[in-house]
Write a protein that binds this ligand. Structure first.
Ligand code: GLN
Length: 384
């Protein structure tokens, strides 16, 4: 009898996407999926058009266009204090999701355990399941999403092979402090573990916070697989341009797998992203932070008024809110009720927790044009 693979039995449609589909059915405002429908920098848009016209339309090298790898290396030096060789340590992939998948294929065996900080991003979990790795969890303590080094130590077993650190974090907005990252680095060093990072929200930081890339800590370059991309920073989530940075012995295989799965990321869009990385001035990133901080403050105020207390995020562009007061047994029912009543879509908390801790939480994305965000806030404030 024909059947799906055993692996497929563990994979379900991401709740983030489900809620976008439900939202479309009722013509609601989608604060569920982190689609980023803010403006693409005109310089980046134009560079893509020019690249197509100039004929940058065929396959690139398996690990990306040289000019993009070089632009990423310059950006890593400037922004993260990291030296990476564009010739052997950077793999451009189909978004950071693609980069993480290729890294997992390259580095994990079935049964290997990888630690996720909970609440986690569902795509991290499902990517691990897709390669038959086994997640284990360190549950962050609300409302500040902290953890103690002992929590991490307890989660490590003889089968542990890696730790995933998403900073600034989706969905909690936690920005890992230097001392927390040092605790991760210390545990990774003692137990000889990979550290996978997801730094896609590296420019979305509030209240004067700075990004610390886990790979920049002493001794970490050997074992860190930095994952990031430009989807969020340039509002180009549909372009699929992300990358992995690691030592050549890892990068080579990550690149071969990237070739196998995607062949390459879209060529003209790689060129345009390189132009954006090199030519957008520091003021672009300052403005991004202040623009998003205003959006954060607007939605948090609305949630407070609506009686849905938010955990005010330190970074990224999501906010978790306590929706205990809404009708429904589960976070899914609560999110669906909210969608029906206010026509605002959110993601049920259960998508970010392996146990029942997410049942009175939903996540809202505030990466929206001001007008639409304002309308969503008004609808939330009008909830009875
Ligand atoms: N990162 C986005 C989110 O968390 C969505 C990514 C996706 O749709 N795969 O909502």
């Amino acid at each position: 009898m024909l059947s799906l693979s055993d692996r497929a039995a563990r994979i379900v449609q991401a709740e983030i996407r489900n809620m976008s589909i439900e939202c479309e059915k009722v013509g609601g405002i989608n604060l569920a999926q982190g689609v980023s429908d803010t403006e693409v920098p005109p310089l980046v848009r134009r560079a893509a058009q020019v690249a197509i016209d100039e004929g940058v339309n065929s396959y690139t090298r398996y690990d990306g266009l040289r000019e993009l790898r070089e632009a990423i290396a310059r950006k890593l030096r400037r922004h993260c204090g990291i030296e990476a060789d564009p010739e052997s340590e950077i793999t451009v992939s189909a978004g950071s999701t693609g980069a993480f998948y290729c890294a997992c294929l390259a580095l994990l065996n079935p049964g290997d355990e990888v630690i996720l900080f909970e609440p986690y991003y569902g795509y991290h979990l499902n990517t691990l399941l897709a390669v038959e790795a086994v997640p284990s969890y360190v549950t962050l303590r609300a409302p500040d999403w902290t953890f103690a080094p002992e929590d991490l130590e307890r989660a490590i077993s003889p089968r542990t092979r890696g730790i995933m650190v998403c900073t600034p974090a989706n969905p909690s907005g936690k920005v890992f402090s230097r001392s927390e990252l040092e605790a991760v680095a210390d545990a990774a060093g003692r137990h000889d573990l990979f550290v996978f990072t997801d730094e896609i929200y590296e420019h979305f930081l509030y209240d004067g916070r700075r990004h610390v890339s886990p790979g920049s800590l002493p001794g970490m370059a050997e074992r860190t697989i930095i994952i990031s991309g430009l989807s969020k920073t340039f509002s180009i989530t549909g372009w699929r341009i992300g990358y992995a940075v690691s030592r050549p012995r890892w990068a080579k295989m990550i690149g071969y797998l990237n070739d196998l799965v995607y062949v390459c990321a879209p060529a003209p869009l790689q060129r345009a992203v390189a132009v954006g990385l090199d030519e957008l001035p520091p003021g672009f990133y300052d403005e991004l932070r202040s623009k998003y901080q205003r959006k954060r403050d607007r939605i948090c105020a609305a949630l407070k008024r609506a009686g849905l207390p938010p955990c005010v995020p330190e970074g990224a562009y999501y906010v978790l809110a306590d929706v205990s007061r809404l009708p429904g047994e589960t976070s899914k029912e609560k999110a669906m009720n909210l969608l029906r009543k206010a026509r605002v879509a959110s993601v049920p908390g259960e998508a970010f927790f392996h146990g029942s801790a997410g049942e009175s939480i939903v996540r809202f994305c505030f990466s929206k044009q001001d007008g639409e965000l304002e309308e969503a806030c008004r609808r939330l404030e009008g909830l009875d």
